[in-house]
Structures are given as C-alpha cells and as structure tokens.
Design a protein around this ligand. Structure first.
Ligand SMILES: Nc1ncnc2c1ncn2[C@@H]1O[C@H](COP(=O)(O)OP(=O)(O)OP(=O)(O)O)[C@@H](O)[C@H]1O
Ligand SMILES: [Mg+2]
Length: 238
C-alpha cells in the first residue's frame, strides 16, 4: 500500500467549548482529486484550516508525506508544498493580478516566477488580459481564478480549495470546474471543499460527506452521486 499524501487520524478540533471536528479520519493519495461535501457549518473550512494549525487539532494526528504536522506552524506547512485557495477568495484587493501572483511565490521564492506566471496565463487566459488590473475591480469569477492561480504559484504538491464555486453564476462555475479538471489531469493532487456537491462529485475520484463535524460517508465520486441519501440531502433530490 502506498502512503497517503495527507492523512487525518481521529482529529478533534474545538473552538473554545464547541467541538467543530469529531474524530475525523480521511486520506488523500498523491494524484487524487478528493472532495469534502457538507452543509453550512458542517466543519469543512475548519478541517482545511486545521491543516495549517489554525485552529490546531486538540486530539489526533495530521500526517503529510508520512510526517506528523499536527503541531507545525502555518509557515512550515505552506513551505512544504501545501497551498490553499481560501473561502471567499481573499485576493489582495489593491494589488494587480501580477502582484497577487507574485505574492503566491512567497513559500518558494521568485526563481521560477516568469515561467510560472506564463503558465498561469495559459491556464487562465482571463488573467492575462487583466494582468495589470487591480484585483478589487475584477468580477467574482475572475477573483476566484486569481485566488486559485495564486495558490498554484507556490508549485504545491497538494492544492486545497475552499468553495471555489461560492457565489458564482452557473456558467462561471462550469469554467472553474473545467480548469480544475485540466489541473487534475496534469497529476495535481486536489482536496476540494464544496457545497456544490454535483460539480464536486463529478470531478472527484473519491469524496467524504461531513455532517456536524463528523465524516458520515465516503466512496467514489460516482458512488456518492448515485447514493439516494446524498441525492436527497445535497443534490436537491434529483
Ligand atoms: N473562529 C471561530 N470561532 C468559533 N466558532 C467557529 C469559528 N469558525 C467556525 N466556527 C464554528 O465551527 C463550525 C464549523 O464551521 P466551518 O466554517 O468550518 O463550517 P463550513 O462547513 O465551512 O461551513 P460553510 O459551508 O458555511 O462555509 C460552525 O458551527 C461555526 O460556527
Ligand atoms: Mg466554509
């Protein structure tokens, strides 16, 4: 058996007295696209953030490439190849597209910056047209593309995406998922958190369903798409 790239072993996370993650175990193998679906407040963002120790797991272990990172700093995790496109996008509003992309190189330095920016402009042609535009003046979809591209500028081994479809029109959601599919086909390992279960499950090799801080179900994207309970709860019963 190969070692997972990322693994949660019985992880508990609390915010003060409130338990947000309950004995969470999951894994992501190298090259896989795995999604985590669940309703508002299920604990999805908490799980992603706990990889960076913000908030820190109280019990259990988080393993990355066979090494325990449970107590490591966010800086350590980022400089060892995990990058995140956070929920709500969070681009630097006053910076241009190019400046935002440059910020993405912080964990690895600027050695490959020209080559990598060129690559981002191929992947996201929209960003190329707008390379000098300030991020705050771009559309929601363009800002989401920028947030993903910025994460990719650190040449991550594992890309974490928190609700890339949030608040975007269906056509834009489709474009974003098409780009994620292309990325996945290049061998990138992707861990995707989504409320848009339909798109997420269709993209994913495997998925986990989270309910109030617990993993309740797991299976292949196909299996979960066909599961009556999942369809009822997350796919509008269709
Ligand atoms: N900083 C915080 N302090 C206290 N409680 C928090 C904090 N952040 C999240 N929570 C609580 O933890 C639980 C899980 O929240 P989380 O944001 O992880 O859910 P989520 O699945 O990402 O939801 P959404 O789909 O709405 O983004 C919620 O009950 C939330 O109120
Ligand atoms: Mg969230």
């Amino acid at each position: 058996m190969t070692m997972p790239l990322l693994e949660f072993r019985n992880v508990d996370v609390f915010y003060g007295p409130i338990q947000a993650l309950r004995g969470v175990s999951l894994h992501i193998n190298e090259g896989e696209t795995v999604s985590l679906i669940g309703a508002n407040g299920a604990g999805k963002s908490t799980l992603l953030m706990s990889i960076f120790g913000q908030p820190r797991a109280r019990n259990g272990q988080i393993m990355y490439r066979g090494e325990e990172i449970t107590q490591k700093s966010a800086h350590f995790v980022a400089s060892n190849g995990i990058a995140q496109s956070p929920e709500g996008r969070h681009v630097f509003p006053d910076m241009s597209v190019e400046e935002n992309l440059l910020m993405g190189t912080i964990p690895i330095g600027t050695k490959h910056v020209d080559e990598d920016m060129q690559h981002m402009f191929e992947l996201f042609p929209r960003l190329k047209e707008r390379r000098n535009q300030r991020a705050m003046t771009m559309s929601g979809g363009e800002q989401q593309m920028l947030a993903i591209a910025r994460a990719l500028m650190s040449r991550p081994k594992l890309l974490l995406l928190d609700e890339p479809s949030l608040g975007l029109a269906p056509i834009v959601v489709k474009q974003i998922f098409q780009i994620l599919r292309e990325l996945a086909q290049t061998g990138m390992t992707i861990f995707l958190v989504e409320q848009n279960a339909n798109h997420a499950l269709r993209l994913s090799d495997r998925a986990y369903v989270m309910v109030t801080g617990e993993i309740r179900m797991t299976g292949s994207g196909k299996e979960l798409l066909a599961d009556p309970q999942v369809r009822e709860a997350y796919l509008g019963g269709h």
